[in-house]
Design a binder for this molecule. Structure first.
Ligand code: ZN
Length: 390
């Protein structure tokens, strides 16, 4: 677990010619790296540093040398999640407290690249099991669930500094803001898939956020969700509410199960478009009440600002799904063949003609099969008549 590199945690052991290998005194911990090293790419900079390794033996006080190997980085990453459970004020005394790991562990969701699946996961499971055997934790497995995220590609290749095809996130943040960078990454692909970096995709994300921000002017401030008498709403108003609640429904599935954030963003975009097709100020407010709530984990800055201005952030909590808004108005139509009533179908009130005709033909299959259809007549809201030859 040690290596001959500067970049790592110093191993707090001292080599004394008389006493052998002696641990550093606790009061001298942690042993920190010198900051004035020269990194030449050859040899271990700790070895060649003029003073760092020179010390005295904690046991006999004679001249001695520090261990110049450092710990591989995985040594710390294999148990840091245990340390995070414990408040930092205890970190000087203990690595972590068992009462805290008992409360917080295991980690609900682990997200990492594929390289973690064989290295970090393996090491941290080993550390957890060793710490369990030593009595430090009551835990067999550190992580409950794994999501292996895809890589970011540029022009079809993995982004890497050595290939020189990296995108500087600071530049994107500088030009478009952090929300756009986050939105683009989550919208471009489901998290388990690789994502191809696209400048036009970034700009598309930016345009959506700009619209989202500007249109918030059309909502009025509220302290709670408005209620509606749906029988008095227009078709466009009902459609807007339906899209908003479909997005809310989607968010529950996405955040709790699938993590398909791209589909949630698509739903939010549809909802914003549907809101734009109507003028009802209260429906705009309801829309923003829901949309800033469900987009907050994805674009926190914009969502907080709008939610703060319109709702004093009273909308940042569980929002009930208005089932009524999701219901489609359905109607029953008769299906006749050559004027004779044969079947009936149920369709959405605003279903397109092609959809209604297809459904009617399915329902009347046994009367029209093998026959030549001469005409299909739709009498809206009432019936479909299919005219056949013979
Ligand atoms: Zn000694």
């Amino acid at each position: 677990m040690s290596r001959q590199r500067y970049w790592g945690t110093p191993i707090p052991l001292i080599k004394c010619p008389k006493c052998g290998i002696v641990p550093e005194k606790s009061e001298n911990l942690p042993v920190t790296l010198p900051e004035d090293v020269e990194i030449t790419g050859e040899g271990n900079p700790l070895e060649s540093h003029p003073t760092w390794k020179k010390t005295t033996c904690p046991k006999c006080g004679g001249e001695a040398q520090r261990e110049t190997d450092t710990l591989d980085t995985f040594v710390e990453s294999s148990w840091y999640f245990l340390r995070y459970t414990t408040p930092s004020k205890y970190w000087e005394e203990v690595p972590f407290r068992k009462r805290d790991t008992d409360y917080w562990m295991p980690v609900d969701q682990y997200i990492g690249g594929i390289e973690h699946a064989i290295l970090h996961l393996l090491y941290s499971r080993f550390f957890t099991k060793a710490l369990r055997d030593l009595g430090y934790v009551d835990l067999d497995e550190p992580f409950k669930r794994l999501l292996t995220q895809g890589m970011v590609l540029k022009d079809g290749a993995k982004m890497s500094k050595s290939k020189g095809n990296t995108v500087d996130p600071d530049e994107i943040v500088e030009r478009f803001g952090a929300d756009t960078a986050r939105l683009f990454i989550l919208f471009a692909a489901p998290p388990a898939k690789d994502l191809e970096w696209s400048d036009s995709g970034v700009e598309g994300g930016y345009r959506f956020l700009k619209r989202f921000y500007e249109r918030s002017e059309r909502a009025k401030p509220m302290e709670s969700l408005p209620t509606f008498d749906t029988s008095k709403l227009s078709k466009a108003e009902k459609e807007a509410r339906k899209k908003v609640y479909q997005a809310l429904e989607k968010s529950k599935e996405v955040y709790e199960k699938s993590f398909a954030f791209n589909t949630l963003i698509a739903s939010a975009m549809e909802a914003l478009n549907a809101l734009g097709a109507q003028e009802n100020e209260e429906i705009w407010s309801e829309g923003y009440w829901v949309l800033t709530n469900i987009l907050e984990p994805i674009v926190p800055h914009i969502s907080w600002e709008i939610a703060d201005r319109l709702f004093k952030r009273a909308n940042f909590g569980e929002i009930p799904i208005d089932i009524k808004a999701l219901e489609e108005e359905r109607i029953t139509l008769a299906v006749s063949v050559n004027g004779k009533r044969r079947a009936q179908i149920e369709v959405a009130k605003d279903a397109p003609k092609e959809e209604i005709i297809t459904k009617a033909k399915e329902a009347a299959t046994r009367w029209i099969e093998g026959k030549e259809i001469v005409k299909e007549i739709l009498v809206p809201g009432r019936l479909v008549n299919i005219v056949i030859k013979g």
